[in-house]
Write a protein of this length. Structure first.
Length: 413
C-alpha cells in the first residue's frame, strides 16, 4: 500500500494528517474461515490546505479491492427507489436522450440503468467486477467488464459514438487514478452532454460523525469546493445539485463541459447557496476536521460502554463495508457480537475482516430472538427495523450507533 505525498486533486505537497483509525483490513474482503489471516493496512486521513480535500493517506491496489466486489446495489430497497427518482431527474434534463445512449461508470449490477432499459433507452454499463457484470448482463443490462478511464472510453466511443449522459454513482471517491477517470467522463459525452457524479458529502460526514464511511476503498471525501477544484481542471462546471439518500447523505452533481461564463449563467442558484453554506459552516477548514477526529474517539468510548452495559444477547445487522471500520476501530469482536445478520447471499456464511464475526441469513440469526439488534448498516435503519418487526416479528431493542451519539431504541419507537 502506497502513501501519497501530494493531494489527490490539486497536487499540493503540504497535506496535513488529522485522524488515524489504526491499521485495518480491507473492508470488503470477507473471509471464508475465521482462521484465515487477513492483512491490515494503515487507515488515516489528511486535509489539503490548497483545495481543502479530505483524503486517505494510503492507496490500496485497485485490482485487490474491486475484482470480486461483494456489494450488490440491487439488494437494497432504498437503492431501487433512488434509481427510479434518478431516472426521472436524468430524462427531465436530457429531452433528446432517445437519440443516444446512457453510459454508467462502475455500473455494479445495473440497478440504476434498469429504469432506462425498461423505457427502451440504449445503455451501457462498465464495471471491473466480473461476477457482478455477469449478473447485470443476465438481467438484460448491456455491460462490459473494465476499469473506467480514458482507455475504456476511447474504445466505447469508437464503437458507439459519444453518450448523451455519463454518470458515476459513489465511485469517484473510490478511484485511485482519479484524473484519468474524470478525463474519461469528459470525453465520453459530446459538447452538449450531461455528466453526473454522485458522491458521499463530506458535510454530512463532518456534521453527523460518519467516521464509519472511512475505509480503504474510499480515497476522497468531497465537498462542493474540492469537487469543483477537480472538475475545473478539465473545463467542467457544476450547474446543479440534488441530494441522494444513499450512504446516509450524498450529493448529486450535474455537470456540463466548458465551464465558461455562458455556462455560469445557466447555473442553478442552489450551487452558489451550497458554496456559501460551506463557507459559513467552516466545512473546508482545518479546525473543523481536527474536531471531527476528537469526536470519533469519544464515539468509540460511548459505543463500547453501551455494548458493555447491554443486558442480554446482542446480534449485529448489516455487514456493510462501513461496519468494518467501526468494528475494527472499536475492536468489537465475537465477545460483544457473536453473529451478524445480512440478506446479501454473497456474504452468507462468511466472516468479517479483522474482527472475524460470522455472517448469516437474518432468518437464521433471528431464531434466537436476541434482546438487542445492533444495526451496523444504520443508514438503512428504517428499512431494517421494518423488516425485523413486521416480517420477522422481532420485538426487542435496537442499538443505533450513528449519526452522532450511539443510542438504544425500542421496537415500535
Ligand atoms: Zn488539494
Amino acid at each position: 500500500m502506497k502513501r501519497i505525498d501530494e493531494c489527490r486533486v490539486c497536487g499540493n505537497t503540504e497535506i496535513k494528517e488529522f485522524l488515524d483509525l489504526g491499521d485495518q483490513p480491507l473492508a470488503n474482503s470477507l473471509l471464508d474461515s475465521p482462521y484465515n489471516n487477513d492483512p491490515e493496512y494503515p487507515l488515516s486521513l489528511s486535509w489539503c490546505p490548497g483545495c481543502n480535500l479530505v483524503q486517505l493517506n494510503h492507496t490500496a491496489d485497485p485490482e485487490e479491492l474491486f475484482s470480486e466486489y461483494v456489494w450488490v446495489t440491487g439488494t437494497s430497497k432504498t437503492a431501487h427507489d433512488h434509481a427510479a427518482n434518478f431516472y426521472k431527474e436524468v430524462v427531465k434534463r436530457v429531452p433528446n436522450i432517445q437519440e443516444g445512449y446512457v453510459l454508467e461508470a462502475a455500473s455494479n449490477d445495473g440497478t440504476f440503468l434498469k429504469p432506462f432499459v425498461d423505457k427502451g433507452i440504449w445503455v451501457l454499463g462498465v464495471d471491473p467486477a466480473k461476477n457482478i457484470v455477469d449478473m447485470a448482463v443476465k438481467a438484460g443490462i448491456d455491460s462490459e467488464c473494465a476499469f473506467f478511464g480514458q482507455e475504456a472510453v476511447e474504445k466505447i466511443v469508437k464503437e458507439k459514438g459519444k453518450a448523451k449522459v455519463v454518470f458515476a454513482r459513489n465511485v469517484v471517491p473510490h478511484v485511485a487514478n482519479l484524473h484519468d477517470f474524470i478525463k474519461g467522463m469528459a470525453s465520453a459525452v459530446g459538447e452538449d452532454g450531461l455528466i453526473i457524479i454522485e458522491a458521499h458529502y463530506a458535510k454530512i460526514i463532518l456534521e453527523e460523525l460518519h467516521y464509519d464511511s472511512i475505509y480503504h476503498e474510499h480515497l476522497c471525501y468531497f465537498t462542493l469546493k474540492s469537487m469543483e477544484a477537480l472538475l475545473n481542471q478539465y473545463g467542467m462546471h457544476v450547474v446543479d445539485i440534488t441530494t441522494s439518500p444513499i450512504s446516509g447523505g450524498s450529493l448529486v452533481y450535474y455537470i456540463k463541459k466548458n465551464g465558461n461564463d455562458a455556462n455560469k449563467e445557466n447555473e442553478n442558484p442552489i450551487v452558489q447557496r451550497y458554496r456559501d453554506e460551506e463557507q459559513s459552516t467552516k466545512l473546508n477548514e482545518w479546525e473543523s476536521w481536527q474536531d471531527f477526529a476528537k469526536k470519533t474517539f469519544e464515539h468509540k468510548n460511548a459505543l463500547l460502554k453501551i455494548l458493555d452495559q447491554a443486558k442480554g444477547s446482542v446480534v449485529g445487522y448489516g455487514a456493510s463495508a462501513r461496519s468494518s471500520t467501526m468494528l475494527n476501530f472499536c475492536r468489537i469482536t465475537t465477545k460483544q457480537l457473536p453473529v451478524i445478520a445480512d440478506k446479501n447471499p454473497l456474504k452468507n456464511k462468511k466472516y468479517t475482516a479483522g474482527t472475524h464475526i460470522p455472517i448469516l441469513d437474518p432468518k437464521e440469526v433471528m431464531k434466537s430472538n436476541p434482546d438487542y439488534v445492533f444495526i451496523l448498516a444504520w443508514n438503512f435503519t428504517r428499512e431494517i427495523m421494518n423488516y425485523l418487526n413486521k416480517d420477522l416479528g422481532y420485538k426487542g431493542r435496537f442499538i443505533i450507533p450513528l449519526p452522532n451519539s450511539p443510542k438504544i431504541i425500542d421496537s415500535g419507537e
